[in-house]
Design a protein around this ligand. Structure first.
Ligand code: SF4
Ligand code: SF4
Length: 220
């Protein structure tokens, strides 16, 4: 899931200026994160109206990153969108940019920060699992990812700063290398760590790719 955090209301207000605004949420990740579901959109509408900002309408897209669905769903809000000077999107950075492709004169602004791909631990509790590096190496580490889960992205062993299994950068984090070591030890595969991993090739990171085609018939 793509984990997002809602921006502070003060930050949103600065971008909204005098409005009027149209609000857009997302039925999937942002709903699960409680950053852009129906409940949060309705609450945001009330908060903005208390500040005398006109909200011309709102919708929760299904999901915000689906261009063709968005075209169909936003058609039913055509007039409300035309009246808006600002469209505030409460979704991940992908959803925001998908909406922006369809916006006409209004500014599209973000109501959220996009953080990482994460696991839902408990309600409203998410843990980073992946930063989409484009060259997945978790097989070397018993299925655990030091690229995203170690603040220093250490690939060849721990930094040495961990205390009682907790990370020296943030003691609320478990040291991922502690887990990697324990996992490999329990499987009798510690020797695997003797292979020195080369630095990651960040050119492979998805950030550098503009289009990924999943149509197998077009793959070599
Ligand atoms: S190695 Fe890269 S792709 Fe694999 S989980 Fe970690 S960050 Fe994600
Ligand atoms: S203590 Fe562990 S998780 Fe934290 S930076 Fe060092 S190796 Fe990475």
């Amino acid at each position: 899931m793509i984990v997002t955090r809602q921006k502070s209301f003060e930050d949103i207000l600065k971008q909204v200026d005098k409005g009027p605004a149209f609000l857009i949420g997302c039925s999937e990740c942002a709903t699960l994160c409680h950053t852009g579901g129906e409940e949060e959109i309705i609450q945001m509408k009330m908060n903005l109206e208390q500040k005398k900002i006109i909200v011309t309408g709102w919708i929760v897209l299904d999901p915000a990153c689906h261009l063709q669905n968005n075209k169909r769903l936003l058609k039913t809000h055509h007039d409300e969108l035309l009246q808006a000077k600002k469209i505030i999107v409460f979704a991940c950075g992908n959803g925001i940019q998908t909406v922006r492709e369809l916006a006409q004169d209004a500014d599209v602004i973000t109501g959220t920060e996009t953080l990482f791909l994460g696991e839902i631990k408990h309600t409203n509790e998410f843990e980073k699992r992946c930063i989409q590096c484009g060259e997945c190496v978790v097989d070397n580490y018993s299925g655990l990812c030091p690229v995203s889960r170690c603040p220093k992205s250490m690939l060849n062993g721990p930094c040495g700063g961990a205390k009682n299994g907790c990370c020296e950068v943030d003691e609320e984090l478990e040291c991922i290398w502690d887990l990697v070591y324990k996992q490999l030890k329990s499987k009798g595969r510690l020797a695997q760590l003797k292979t020195i991993q080369k630095p990651k090739d960040w050119q492979k990171a998805t950030q550098t790719r503009r289009i990924v085609n999943h149509d197998r018939s077009q793959q070599p």
